[in-house]
Design a binder for this molecule. Structure first.
Ligand SMILES: NC(=O)c1ccc[n+]([C@@H]2O[C@H](COP(=O)([O-])OP(=O)(O)OC[C@H]3O[C@@H](n4cnc5c(N)ncnc54)[C@H](OP(=O)(O)O)[C@@H]3O)[C@@H](O)[C@H]2O)c1
Length: 168
C-alpha cells in the first residue's frame, strides 16, 4: 500500500489560517476529490473540525480522525490515537493507497516519521497571510512529475501547478 500526502500550499508553504483554508480553487478541490475517492483519508482532529458540517465526513471515503483525546467521537468516522494506527487500518482493509490529508501537524508528523511514499502538492502561485505551514522537505530525495499546470480563470483566481513527488 502506498501512503500519500495530498496538500495545497502557497509560495511560502502556507496551508491555512484560523483553522480554515485561505483560497477557493474548485479545480484543485476537484483534483483532491477525484484522487482520494474510494480511499482512506487520514486527518488531524483540527482539520476535521474545519470541514463544514455539510461536507463531512468526506463522501465515499473512509474518514479517519487522529486525536490524542480518549473517547473522541464523530459520526461515521473512525477515530484513532496515532497516524500509524490510521495507516495500519487502511492496510488491513486492503486499500491500495491511503491519503494523509492534513493539516499542518499531521503532515509534519507523517513526513518526519518517514511514513510517506508520495506527495501530491499543489503549488499556488501566490503568497497568503497564514498561521499554518507545510513542513520543509528535501526535494532532492524525491522524484518530481508535473500532473497539472493551471492558469487562473474566472472561477479559480490563482495559477497553480500540481506536482507528484515520489520518494527515491
Ligand atoms: N492547504 C491544505 O492542503 C490543507 C489541508 C488540510 C488542512 N489545512 C489547514 O490546516 C489547518 C489545520 O492544521 P493544524 O496543524 O492546525 O491541525 P491538524 O494537523 O489538522 O490537527 C491537529 C490535531 O491532531 C491531533 N494530533 C496531532 N498530532 C498528533 C499525534 N502525533 N498523535 C495523535 N494526535 C495528534 C491533535 O488532536 P487533539 O487536539 O484532538 O488531541 C491535534 O490538535 C487549517 O487551517 C486547515 O484549513 C490545509
Amino acid at each position: 500500500m502506498i501512503v500519500s500526502i495530498i496538500a495545497a500550499i502557497g509560495k511560502n508553504r502556507e496551508l491555512g489560517k484560523d483553522n480554515d483554508l485561505i483560497w477557493h480553487l474548485p479545480k484543485d478541490m476537484k483534483f483532491f476529490t477525484e484522487t482520494t475517492l474510494g480511499h482512506f483519508v487520514i486527518m488531524g482532529r483540527r482539520n476535521y473540525d474545519s470541514i463544514p458540517t455539510k461536507y463531512r465526513p468526506l463522501k465515499e471515503r473512509t474518514n479517519v480522525i487522529v486525536t490524542r483525546q480518549e473517547g473522541f467521537k464523530a459520526e461515521k468516522c473512525v477515530v484513532v490515537n496515532s497516524v500509524e494506527e490510521g495507516i495500519a487500518l487502511a492496510k488491513m482493509e486492503g486499500d491500495s493507497e491511503c491519503f494523509v490529508i492534513g493539516g499542518g501537524q499531521i503532515y509534519d508528523y507523517a513526513l518526519k516519521q518517514n511514513l510517506v511514499d508520495r506527495i501530491y502538492l499543489t503549488h499556488i502561485d501566490e503568497s497568503f497571510d497564514a498561521d499554518t505551514f507545510f513542513t520543509v522537505f528535501d526535494s532532492s530525495k524525491w522524484t518530481q512529475k508535473t500532473i497539472m499546470s493551471f492558469q487562473k480563470d474566472d472561477k479559480n483566481v490563482h495559477d497553480f501547478e500540481i506536482i507528484q513527488y515520489d520518494k527515491i
